[in-house]
Design a protein around this ligand. Sequence first.
Ligand SMILES: Nc1ncnc2c1ncn2[C@@H]1O[C@H](COP(=O)(O)OP(=O)(O)OP(=O)(O)O)[C@@H](O)[C@H]1O
Length: 490
Amino acid sequence: MADSVPPAPSKEWVLDAETEYRFELDPDTSFAIKLVRGRAEIFGAELVQGKKYLFALECKAAVYTWQGCTIEVTGQPSTEYVSEETPMAPYANVHTALEQMRVRALSKARGSPLPPGENADSKFLEAPRVLILGPENSGKTTICKILANYAVRTGQGWTPVLANVDPTEGAWAIPGTLSAAAIPGPIQTYSPANPLGSAATTAPLALASHSLVPLVSWYGHTDTKRNPLLLDRLVRNLGENVNDRFDLSPEVKASGLIVDTPSSFASSSSPTDHRQKLIKACVNSFRINVILVVGHEKLNVEMQRAYGSYVTVVKIPKSGGVVEIDSSYRERVQRYQLHTYMYGHAVQPPAGVTGGTLGGETLSDLVLSPSSTVIKFGDLSIYQIGTENMAPSSALPINAHRQVSEMQPVPVNPASPGSGLLGSVLALLSPFNPDENERYDEEILDLSVAGFIYVTHIDVKQRKMTILSPNQGSVVGKTALIGSVEYQDQ
Ligand SMILES: Nc1ncnc2c1ncn2[C@@H]1O[C@H](COP(=O)(O)OP(=O)(O)OP(=O)(O)O)[C@@H](O)[C@H]1O
């Protein structure tokens, strides 16, 4: 009977130069955009003429054109309009400045002479290492995408590293993580479940040919205030890992780094010392040399005072297109991310649209079938870092010592009624160092994530539990970390 469904409504929009078409989708709807004439981009990623791009899961985005274009849209967005006021010109200026830094850094790395008149002071020969700060809904993640996409679009072969230290956002994995990946090609926008494009963490590598393989670490909470000490350590680890990666390749190093941060780093409702410590951890560990503050005068002044002597601090405008997303939308997006990690995307294109791609992939390639496995309690060593609902050390009375530190790995007994395991997300960690001499007490805090599993059933009597995993690999003998991220099968 599919033939009798009338095709979804289609409409053409003619966009003038330097304008953008903005749209927002309702839940359970999909949408298609085709570039008919001219040139256009979505957050810096160019559209190919004639190709049908699909969008789903309450995606909110914009098609921008520098020279003017015509697009055909199919489906019914909840909001759509064209805006003539965008901050794309200042963003492009920032890109140009970063590009000059890349070119100079590569010349230095290769020992090539600098163009005449260029400053040979080593301070001006560093690749850009950019930290993006701004309040909620200022468009930080979108700016990261635009800047990374402009870098890969130059055709210079850059592979900038994008790092996400915002655990409220799933980036390439799921909420509760920090991650970093080198970006070899344009990041597509198509669903808030994959805000930075698709990645292959545990899902089969064949899943998506455009997948990145990011480095992921598990903080385990979506609230940055929950365990700031742990967050600080993970930020430093990620910085070290990125620096190690840079040491392996002068080309990647010259491509530079862009770091996306949580809005709590800019929010006056966060304790000032936590905020400042975490910003400092980012600046130091990622060796930041440019701070971009998105539309926040006070934070800009604060950053100028704290870092202006050795870091270039620039205030950039916020786009009027950034959607004011509320907490219920955020919760839904977190659920979409957790669901997509296990099941992939099962998107139904708008009626009548065939041959569309989602994030550059054909739809049939994006559906995953996770496996549900029963394991014995002893098969997996499960820990949590610190105890639940722990106030930070700074909130304890003077001279009071906590029994369990915020950083201490505590074994979790699945048989205990208060284990909190049922419905929880567990991060499977990469193995401990095989060399006993290299092992250390807190090594578990520094292990990267190999994948995630969800606990869907616990049978205390039989001492067994059922886990959902996106791949078939055995978990026996592995170490897992629980946090406070929960999953409910939809
Ligand atoms: N110009 C635009 N037109 C339409 N939608 C946009 C535009 N810019 C950003 N958005 C959308 O607005 C939402 C919020 O943007 P973004 O995630 O970049 O903000 P953020 O500051 O990183 O958010 P957070 O508060 O989570 O840190 C996203 O869904 C994004 O796709």
